[in-house]
Write a protein that binds this ligand. Structure first.
Ligand SMILES: [Ca+2]
Ligand SMILES: [Ca+2]
Length: 514
């Protein structure tokens, strides 16, 4: 193997290199410039971007310029609230026990951190200074033989910047190792660097080992230790692959770590799925989330990597540098819950592994997944410019009315009573209409001078006419029907007690019962 000259030079220069500088925050509002530009979309030069007296760093104020999804999550350790704060999320601690943490997480699905990856051509010195992220550790272990073997696959890479280097090295390392089935990474514990299996996890471990037809030590050499995986040219499912890639990239001088993500709700729990359907108003986000959640029943999480590129930790999902937080193929909307220097540091066998081996689902987690979500809701910040073309409108206007017993509607509406129908101006999409009616105040009054006020309440019902127009049903109760005076011109007035959603009525619209 011929190691390029520049490479040797870079390694020799490591002692003089400086550790990377902290994220600058030039307006001093507690949010870094990078996060203001790529996550919160606030002004990095102004402490109070909208001038309302509340600084941008405030927990709620930082959501004013972006579209965000907020969850309250219970998740088993190694989840860690500090790690949950990254380029795509903010999180704050609510509660904890020995086994789990409860946190409030705000996701920024349209953050642009993934598109903001810059390359550093002089990366080798800076990266070399980040020794703790390059070292051979318990499972992401490597030695000179690993390094030499990888370099032989890469050819001449001395001139590549860090971005190009990772984009070449990650697929090369992954292609070298064939994927084998097996999932012992969650059932293995460590004493120092030595792996072992707790007695209560042994049956589960053996069950997984049998899939590969290997004995314990051999299984570990094929899916738990990066060096073994490189030598055997195999790797297991995602966690194993993340351990492997972490070891390989470190051997090549790229600071690398492991991240654990979960979907934003537990897809095994019907009530949590229903919250997504009901509370996530952004139509495209909701669709992406539900599509991913429908596909992933059972135990669902994803382990992958972060690499130091262009002076920042960037998500690397297998060969994809800049994995976004919103992705139908990876959990829908992901929640980052843990960052590990080495998989062994997470002690996942004593929490998640043990629970899964025992199979007793107790509160706060009631399904196979070691997490559960009690709240999920999205918000378009007051200054947010994210469009929601197929999402629910904030306001719908009724611009024409007719009675349900009018000839052309016979059989379609008004069964069991008389209803007024109001045409919804300019709106032809049924699902967003339905979402709007679920949340908006459905109470209306018919009012006329000298007459008692009549009340009506919409359900979520409506009808679509042949021209595509949608009409909302406003049923009248028997008493109100008796009080309705034929020939009187009533005004239709919505109550609108559930802002920000509101109904309006076209100017001059009158309701007359003939
Ligand atoms: Ca700032
Ligand atoms: Ca403000």
């Amino acid at each position: 193997v011929v190691i390029p000259r520049l490479w040797i030079f870079a390694l020799a220069g490591t002692l003089a290199a400086q550790a990377p500088v902290a994220d600058p925050d030039r307006d001093g509002d507690g949010l870094s410039d990078f996060h203001e530009i790529h996550k919160h979309l606030t002004d990095p030069g102004k402490k109070d971007s909208d001038g309302d007296g509340v600084p941008d760093g405030d927990w709620n104020e930082r959501r004013e310029w972006a579209y965000t999804v907020r969850t309250v999550v219970f998740v088993m350790r190694p989840a860690d609230v500090a790690a949950m704060n990254d380029d795509y999320q903010d999180a704050r601690f609510l509660e904890e026990t020995a086994d789990w943490v409860k946190a409030e997480v705000v996701h920024y699905p349209f953050g642009t951190a993934a598109q903001a990856i810059v390359a550093n051509p002089k990366w080798r010195a800076e990266s070399a200074a980040m020794r703790s992220w390059l070292e051979s550790t318990t499972t992401s272990n490597w030695d000179e033989k690993t390094r030499a073997g990888l370099l032989a696959k890469l050819g001449d890479v001395a001139a590549l910047d860090d971005k190009a280097f990772v984009e070449k090295a990650a697929p090369a390392a992954l292609n070298h190792a064939k994927v084998v089935d097996g999932f012992t990474t969650f059932y293995t514990s460590f004493e120092g660097k030595r792996p072992f299996v707790m007695p209560e996890l042994r049956a589960k471990f053996d069950e997984e080992s049998r899939k590969a037809g290997r004995k314990m030590e051999d299984v570990w050499a094929h899916e738990l230790f990066a060096k073994g995986m490189f030598e055997n040219a195999t790797r297991g499912t995602c966690t194993s692959s993340a351990i492997y890639l972490c070891g390989c990239l470190r051997a090549l001088g790229v600071p690398t770590r492991i991240v654990l993500c979960i979907p934003c709700v537990d897809s095994n729990d019907a009530a949590e799925l229903e919250m997504v359907r009901k509370n996530v108003k952004h139509a495209a986000v909701r669709r992406t989330m539900l599509a991913a959640l429908e596909k992933s029943k059972g135990w669902s999480s994803h382990t992958f990597n972060e690499v130091w590129v262009g002076g920042r930790w960037r998500r690397l999902n297998y060969e994809r540098l800049g994995q976004p937080i919103l992705d139908e193929n990876y959990l829908g909307l992901m929640t980052h819950v843990a960052t590990l220097r080495d998989w062994a540091d997470g002690k996942a066998a004593s929490t998640i592994g043990k629970r899964h081996a025992k199979g007793d689902w107790k509160e706060p987690f009631t399904t196979a997944n070691p997490y559960s979500v009690s709240t999920i809701e999205d918000r378009f910040g007051a200054h947010c410019k994210v469009p929601n073309p197929s999402g629910p409108p904030r306001e719908l206007t009724i611009d024409a009315v007719m009675w349900s017993d009018e000839a052309k509607l016979a059989g379609q509406a008004g069964r069991g009573g008389l209803a007024l129908l109001g045409r919804v101006r300019g709106w032809k999409e049924w699902d967003p209409f339905k979402m709007f009616t679920q949340d908006a105040d459905g109470r209306f009054y018919l009012e006329a001078e000298g007459q008692p006020s009549l009340g009506m309440e919409t359900g979520t019902g409506g009808v679509t006419m042949t021209d595509g127009s949608i009409w909302i049903l406003l049923p009248l109760g028997p008493a109100d029907l008796d009080a309705l005076r034929p020939g009187v011109a009533y005004t239709l007035r919505p109550r609108n007690d559930k802002p920000p959603l509101r109904w309006s009525v076209a100017d001059g619209l009158k309701v007359v019962r003939k």
